[in-house]
Design a binder for this molecule. Structure first.
Ligand code: ASP
Ligand code: MG
Length: 417
């Protein structure tokens, strides 16, 4: 028999009926003889409400008290699921982060997990008990509750899976897997059977919001085989208990993927803003003078393109930030202008970044050329390009986003099964 961590998100535990449905999924695995730990999110919308209350109480609030408030949503659902399981005859108890304990660093509101002592959970698996763990929370070095950042219960689940050496971590959500692109844009998008950790990392950070990015990083480091699957399917439908091949998408080591496609998915991110600094001094330290102050202001810079200067004296630098941070970024750059030294700044909000992703790109030539040709044929202008070993990102005007996604999806044959 195996050991499984099952994680259920907010829409899966949104009310008592859904919690009962979750309990049926859990009971199925328990009845199959597996050791089970369950990680739950707060009920859908609850965390937003709690965050709103902390802001309403005071715009400038103590992050430790924010954590005391927002961690409570998961306390409620963990207790309710334990009660429901007990009512169905399953031996279960709830665990808060501090009880395990899940040790974190001191970054309240966006804490990182440092260590999990899984020994108590493992001992109780031996007694046939299901652990129902409140996601999103741990215990900081100051002995106070710390939360892991929005979407953090995915990370709780993967970390617990690593700590108890689970065979599998199942992330149950409101979609039935990871798709080759967003099915709302391209109905021909297909559910992937498998995706490599590195590809998923790109898909997750590029706007395919299935999993918290940090959870994928953690799964990659600890090699936790992670399934994304639906909590809305009938818990007792045929195949749901298939241990090796449950319905959903497996996120795994690339070695496990035998038939590797060159391109596996197309992701997009809306609301990118572009900033160009014109005629910068081309000297050592100029990039540090730009991106240092932006980092200090907690502005997340994404694509960065610097041109090689024509005469060694002046160059241009273009980069993107979230549109919501554009005004702040411009203020920061204005203040840093004497230290940076540039002639002019140009910016544009509301752009879209479309990305082509696949580990097969490492060993295939011509992948980028195919994308550029396909976009050109549709008359889509490319504003900026960045690439990595396994990804090509293209910045375009937002009215072309859907056309670009569909065009790229089909040019790499992703709509053919
Ligand atoms: N409830 C938290 C949030 O909404 C954590 C999670 O759902 O993963 O961000
Ligand atoms: Mg989530």
């Amino acid at each position: 028999m195996a050991r499984i961590v099952m994680k259920f998100g907010g829409t899966s535990v949104a009310d008592l009926d859904r919690i009962r449905n979750v309990a049926r999924h859990v009971k199925r695995e328990v009845d199959a003889g597996h050791d089970v730990a369950v990680v739950v999110s707060a009920m859908a919308g609850k965390t937003n409400e709690l965050v709103g209350w902390t802001r309403g109480a005071s715009a400038m609030h103590d992050a430790r008290e924010y954590d005391a408030v927002v961690a409570s949503g998961e306390q409620v659902t963990s207790g309710l699921l334990a009660i429901t399981l007990q009512d169905m005859g399953v031996n279960a108890r709830s665990w808060q982060g501090w009880q395990i304990p899940i040790r974190t660093d001191s970054a309240h509101g966006a804490a990182r997990i440092l260590e999990i002592d899984g020994s108590d959970l493992i001992r109780r698996f031996g007694e046939g008990q299901v652990a129902v763990v409140a996601g999103f929370q741990g215990l900081g070095p100051d002995n106070r509750i710390a939360t892991l950042g929005r979407g953090g219960s995915d990370t709780s689940a993967v970390a617990i899976a690593a700590a108890v050496k689970a065979d599998r971590c199942d992330i149950y959500t409101d979609v039935d897997g990871v798709y080759t692109t967003d099915p709302r844009i391209e109905p021909k998008a297909r559910r992937m059977k498998k995706i490599a950790f590195e590809e998923m990392l790109e898909m997750a950070s590029l706007g395919a919001k299935v999993l918290q990015v940090r959870s994928v990083e953690l799964a990659m480091v600890h090699k936790v085989r992670t399934f994304v699957r639906s909590s809305f399917e009938d818990p007792d439908a045929p195949g749901m208990d298939d241990f090796a091949n449950p319905p959903g998408t497996l996120i795994c080591d690339e070695d496990e993927i035998v038939e590797q496609e060159v391109v596996t998915g197309i992701a997009y991110a809306k609301d990118e803003a572009q900033i160009s600094l014109r005629r910068l001094a081309d000297r050592p330290g100029v990039s540090a003078a730009i991106f240092g102050p932006l980092a200090e202001a907690h502005i997340n810079v994404d694509m960065i393109v610097q041109n090689i200067s024509e005469d060694g004296s002046r160059t241009d630098m273009t980069f993107t930030v979230p549109t919501g941070d554009l005004d702040k970024a411009l203020t920061v750059l204005d203040a840093a202008k004497p230290a940076i030294g540039f002639d002019a700044v140009q910016s544009e909000p509301g752009l879209v970044k479309v990305s082509v992703i696949g580990i097969g790109m490492r060993s295939h030539a011509g992948v980028a050329a195919t994308a550029f040709r396909a976009l050109a044929e549709k008359g889509i202008n490319i504003k900026a390009i960045t690439t990595s070993e396994i990804k090509i990102s293209i910045l375009i005007d937002s009215p072309y986003a859907e056309l670009a996604v569909r065009t790229l999806h089909s040019v790499y044959g992703l709509d053919k099964s």
